[in-house]
Design a protein. Structure first.
Lengths: 328, 382
């Protein structure tokens, strides 16, 4: 485990406990030993290192989980793959399209497994919506509106999330990676018509707005770290609409006649409807990752060529940035 | 002279500012104002949280400083000329936090200390128009009001530097304001908006931009040293005016707001009625444990039980009707909000206007346009 900050402790620690029959945690590397205490307590045979390069050289693990600050995703992933080590990387894959190019090159040249934690694709509700879209069940897409936001409450252990050089951006580079990954997974290529955010050149955005084109339609994306937004993905079609409440693992709403509303619930394991669905989704990905590392067939992994698409969209957004005025 | 022409309002490049409580609504807005003007500002926050995300927009280093930790304050105030104290919190944060802050500012050689108090120190039922000389009457049930009143005694008795200024705004509104801009808008948009006694009370509002003007003005003006100022917009709004404007912004018919009387709200807020409501609403399992026969028997014999029966609500708690008699979804008006909706007196801010030439620079229309932009972003506008 490269990094033992909030993501490692909150997301990966419970998921690794679930998959300990298939994955053995042998080492944890972080600059801050105190942040690794819980991981080392749960996995007592794991060793602690303050330098990830030292850990990779001494332990030579089969694979690493990269849960470092965003700006280290590229160097850590590339370093590991060049040493013959496969990589499961926390999102985002990297902080620019150029960095994604370097990772893809390393994947090609080393043949290692590389994938990114984009857990929402695992949700049965999300997969069912994708099936409906592919079947054009409601006709052509005519517009979409996506909102996702709440006051920032991630229990960050440092200010690294708020440093552009470290995080690569604000809300769009954070939860926006999931949002845009889903959007392009559902609708295909996403073009950026306009992007506005509220950051100064050296800062990271708290709120942002984008006009996007995808699936032959135009739509909008609003994201916020300052205020609660409706948190609904609404897709409008010729013959109806679909609404998904963000992060609902099993349910969504649809209308096939614009009048009656169907509350759809996907038949699946009960865990997808529980609060533990995030751990479940991550554990499923880690199991598949382990299978892929062993050369076995594995499904549902988001590989570099797919994971980079959301970063590419974000890179285009930031390149078109205009000021979003909210205050005063 | 408008405030924009007032030389004491503009942030100054030669002054080093610190904002304590920089993660809150006012603190974050003040940091934004100072930073955009190119001033040297140090945002001080208690912990990494929602405010950090707002402050991160500017790429400024944020510093952790706890108002309850005097050493962290001394370190934070070192080299600062002006400290703005915008801390919100419990009694310890309000009282001891202020004492610590003043002590740390004195030790650090801070020249001026601007304290954000509140007009709530006058209480909720003043008998006459309020100015700086009006007496305090914080309601016993409001910890916030009592804490603010006690904090003012501390700063009022403070001697030996820094120079202090106390500002007493009432209702601060504007984009990113939760209590008086976000919450009522969400209630109105979701069909749970309400007014008490037609919202006839004085709102005594001040827009965030104007409050920042007043904070900067009093931080810089020589005559403001060791003074207290009441401050407000001067638009003379009632709560009904404000809610009507919010309805217009949100595309909601004003007459769909629920209407309550202060008398009903006070009645429904009494402890006895609350207890009766709990007994009716509590899950049956819990009720069966607590609300068993011996308790009922004892209560029926207890003094005051008859009063409890007499004061049962006339209609189910939280139900209200709109102008057409349609029953609305459950709304439980808060007593503190109800008392504000019926606030009987205006704030008189003649002093800051005459002595410091404070004049709000935005029109009511302009302040509402800003709110409208924010509501559109939030997806509240129909």
């Amino acid at each position: 485990m490269l990094g033992s900050g909030a993501a490692a402790n909150i997301l990966y620690r419970p998921a690794l406990r679930e998959v300990r029959d298939e994955i053995e945690l042998v080492g944890v590397a972080d600059l801050n030993p105190a942040s690794a205490v819980q991981l080392l307590r749960d996995f007592p045979s794991a060793q602690f290192f303050s330098e990830y390069q030292t850990m990779l050289e001494e332990l030579r693990p089969d694979a690493v989980i990269v849960a470092l600050p965003h700006f280290l995703h590229r160097p850590a992933s590339v370093d590991a793959m060049r040493m013959g080590i496969s990589v499961f990387c926390e999102k985002p894959m990297a902080i620019t399209s150029g960095e994604c190019d370097e990772i893809e090159t390393a994947v090609r040249e080393t043949g290692r497994v590389f994938c990114v934690n984009l857990f929402r694709r695992q949700f049965p509700s999300v997969q069912e919506i994708k099936r409906l879209l592919e079947a054009r069940a409601l006709g052509a897409l005519t517009s979409f509106e996506i909102t996702e936001g709440a006051p920032y409450n991630w229990p960050a252990m440092s200010f690294s999330f708020f440093d552009r050089g470290i995080s690569g951006g604000g809300v769009l580079m954070d939860s926006g990676v999931h949002t845009l990954d889903l959007l392009q997974w559902w609708l295909g290529q996403v073009e950026v018509a306009e992007f506005l955010d509220d950051a100064a050149p050296d800062g990271v955005e708290c709120d942002c707005f984008a006009e996007l084109c995808a699936g032959g339609a135009r739509g909008s994306l609003r994201m916020s770290r300052s205020v609660e937004l409706p948190n609904v993905y609404r897709l409008q079609f010729e013959r109806g609409w679909i609404e998904w409440d963000h992060d609902d693992g099993t349910r969504f709403r649809l209308s096939s006649d614009r009048k009656t509303v169907v509350e759809a619930a996907v038949k699946c394991q009960a865990r997808w409807a529980s609060g533990g669905r995030f751990t479940f989704a991550l554990a499923e990905q880690l199991r598949n990752f382990a299978r892929a590392c062993r050369g076995q067939s594995a499904t549902g992994l988001v590989v570099a060529s797919e994971a980079r698409k959301s970063v590419d969209i974000i890179t285009r957004c930031y390149s078109k940035r205009k000021e979003l005025v909210i205050a005063e | 002279m408008s405030t924009t022409d007032n030389p004491y309002v503009a942030p100054r490049p030669d002054i080093r500012y610190a904002v304590l409580g920089a993660g809150g609504f006012v603190g974050a807005a003040l940091v934004e104002r100072l930073h955009r003007a190119g001033a040297q500002v140090l945002p001080l926050i208690r912990r990494i949280g929602p405010g950090s995300a707002l402050l991160a927009r500017f790429g400024l280093p944020q510093k952790l400083a706890d108002a309850l930790d005097v050493e962290s304050l001394k370190a934070a105030f070192a080299g600062r000329d002006v400290v703005f104290h915008c801390v919100a919190g419990d009694r310890a944060a309000t009282i001891r936090g202020l004492e610590n802050s003043l002590g740390a500012a004195q030790a650090a050689g801070v020249r001026r200390f601007v304290y954000l108090s509140s007009a709530v120190v006058y209480g909720l039922e003043p008998k006459a128009a309020l100015d700086e000389n009006s007496s305090f009457d914080p309601p016993a049930r409001s910890d916030y009001a009592r804490n603010k009143a006690d904090a003012e005694k501390i700063i009022g008795n403070w001697r030996g530097g820094p120079e202090t200024v106390v500002l007493r705004p009432s209702i601060v509104y504007g984009p990113r304001g939760k209590d008086w801009s976000e919450t009522p808008a969400r209630q109105i948009a979701s069909g749970t908006g309400y007014l008490v006694d037609q919202g006839r009370g004085h709102m005594n509002e001040i827009h965030i931009a104007h409050l920042l003007d007043a904070m900067l003005l009093t931080a810089h003006h020589p005559a403001a040293a060791n003074q207290v100022y009441v401050v407000q917009d001067g638009f003379g709004l009632t709560w009904q005016d404000y809610y009507r404007a919010l309805c217009d912004l949100l595309g909601v018919e004003f007459n769909t707001l629920a209407a309550f009387s202060l008398k009903d709200v006070m009645h429904n807020s009494s402890q006895l009625v609350r207890y009766g409501r709990w007994a009716n609403d509590a899950p049956s399992v819990l009720r069966s444990v607590v609300w068993h026969e011996p308790v009922k028997t004892w209560l029926k014999q207890a003094p005051g039980f008859e009063s409890f029966r007499r004061f049962r609500p006339l209609r189910p708690a939280g139900m209200a009707t709109n102008g057409n008699g349609r029953c609305l979804q459950k709304i439980i008006p808060e007593l503190s909000v109800a008392q504000l909706h019926t606030y009987p007196q205006p704030l008189v801010d003649t002093r800051i206007r005459t002595e410091l030439k404070f004049t709000p620079r935005l029109s009511l229309t302009e302040t509402l346009e800003g709110l409208g932009r924010w509501y559109r972003f939030m997806g509240l506008v129909r």
